[in-house]
Structure formats: structure tokens, C-alpha cells
Design a protein around this ligand. Structure first.
Ligand code: AKG
Length: 255
């Protein structure tokens, strides 16, 4: 059965990007990753599985940032973002997922908001506002394992115990309803940040996640402004609506 975002909380679009499109993005991501790893050696060696803020000014030059902004604001991404059941889509951040340097490090089931919301707030978050990942694998990789439908329903007892490491359970233990979604370079996986999921480590995994959310201040207040395009870059973008919604909301919240 084909996945459906509203029902399942994810959609896989195989071969969404052409080889040509991937060959424009990949060198930029590798530039970022190399600079980030050398600046965060201890974190990388000890436990990191992702970096973030790729569109910021710290590690990439103007041309590389422009390539990322053009991707995020492309007609192709907008064609998948705008039809989602969102009131107003806004750009939130970018992340880059890779394998842990320590090959014994285990993955972990979670809902993204569980690290900053109470249990009651996590239940309320299932009714929105929504945060979603657009995952773009730059290499073929084992992908993600997720539990379809959990973006809108609360955990079973087992799911809860495993993802929160309660009742003697560990967060890497297998869960019965887990569905693995292997990814290939050029695919696009869209999934809800609320869904119960875990990364599958292995191969040469390197995946760019673009995070969008509904334009609500509680989701956008920590956006790093240096990760947003300036006016001169905005004028060169095809579909800048998600960036514009973020900038407008941040500007109005500081009035
Ligand atoms: O790919 C991973 O390691 C996990 C992904 C994840 O946790 C996330 O995207 O929130």
C-alpha cells in the first residue's frame, strides 16, 4: 500500500531528485560536513549522529549557501510542501545525519519533541502545530525505521517504555510495529517529527534534513536568523514562501 502523509505520518518519494540535482547539492554538503567535523572533533568522536544549521554563515561560503537556499526554496520542494495539511509552512532549520564514529553506538526510538516537552505536552503536540522533516539521502543508506500512524496517536505501553527507557527497557530495543524505510540517493522521505522513529545506522549514511513547521511562534522562536536568506538572496529564489513566513513571524514577534 502506498504511504499517505495524513494517515501514516510519512511519504516516500523514490528517485525524486535527478543525478544532476544531487551532484549540485552533494559537494556543498561535503564541504559543510568536513568543516563541521574538524571544528567539533570531540563531539563527533564521542557521540554525534547529526549536525545542524547548514545554511548559516559559519561553515559555508556565499555560493554554497545559495545552492542550499535554492534547493530549499525550489519549485520541486514547494510542490510537496504546499499541499501538506499545514496552515502556513515555515522554514525551521536544516540537519545533517551521519553514522556515529563509534560503531558500537546504538540508535534510539523517539518522538522529536520528547526532549523538550512534558508527557502531557507531547500528547497535545499530536494535534499540532506540525513539524516535518524532508529527508534527502546523499548516499544509499539503511534509512529510518518508524511506526506508521504514531504522529497522531499516543504510544502503546511498550512503545512508551522503550522510547523513554522506562520499566527496564532500552531505547534501541526492537518494536513490533516498526517499519524500515531503506533510502537511496535521490529519494525524498517526508515524515512528521512527532512520529515514533529511529535512524538506521550503516553504509555510508549522509542525509540532509530540511525542517519545516507551521508558522507558530513557539516553534520558530529559536530559529537562528543567520540561517535565513537575506533580501538579496531572497530575490533570487523560486518559491521563497517558507522563508518569508519565518522571517515575517520573527519580525512581528519582536515588534
Ligand atoms: O536518522 C537518525 O539518526 C534519526 C533521525 C532523527 O532522529 C530525526 O530526524 O529526528
Amino acid at each position: 500500500m502506498k504511504s499517505n502523509f495524513t494517515r501514516d505520518g510519512y511519504i516516500l518519494l523514490p528517485e525524486f531528485f535527478t543525478c544532476e540535482e544531487m551532484s549540485e547539492i552533494k559537494p556543498v554538503i561535503l564541504n559543510f560536513h568536513k568543516a563541521w567535523v574538524s571544528d567539533n572533533k570531540k563531539l563527533y568522536d564521542e557521540r554525534a549522529i547529526n549536525s545542524a544549521y547548514l545554511t548559516g554563515t559559519k561553515y559555508l561560503d556565499h555560493q554554497d549557501r545559495l545552492t542550499l537556499f535554492r534547493l530549499i526554496a525550489s519549485q520541486k520542494i514547494a510542490s510537496r510542501l504546499l499541499p501538506l495539511p499545514f496552515k502556513k509552512p515555515a522554514f525551521m532549520n536544516t540537519q545533517l545525519f551521519f553514522n556515529p564514529a563509534n560503531s558500537d553506538q546504538r540508535n534510539y526510538w523517539h518522538r522529536d519533541p520528547q526532549y523538550h516537552l512534558s508527557i502531557e505536552e507531547q500528547k497535545q503536540a499530536l494535534d499540532g502545530p506540525e513539524v516535518i522533516h524532508f529527508r534527502i539521502p546523499l548516499e544509499d543508506e539503511p534509512g529510518i525505521e518508524l511506526i506508521p500512524g504514531t504522529h497522531k496517536r499516543w504510544d502503546t505501553e511498550e512503545e512508551f517504555n522503550v522510547r523513554t527507557e522506562a520499566a527496564g527497557r532500552a531505547h534501541h530495543e526492537d518494536l513490533v510495529n516498526g517499519q524500515s524505510i531503506p533510502l537511496r540517493q535521490g529519494d525524498l522521505l517526508i515524515f512528521s517529527a512527532n512520529i515514533i522513529h529511529r535512524g538506521l545506522y550503516g553504509k555510508n549514511r549522509l542525509a540532509l534534513d530540511i525542517l519545516f513547521c507551521e508558522a507558530e511562534i513557539e516553534l520558530l522562536e529559536f530559529v537562528d536568523k543567520s540561517c535565513l536568506p537575506d533580501e538579496q538572496i531572497m530575490s533570487q529564489l523560486e518559491c521563497s514562501e517558507a522563508f518569508a513566513n519565518t522571517s515575517k513571524l520573527l519580525a512581528s514577534s519582536h515588534e
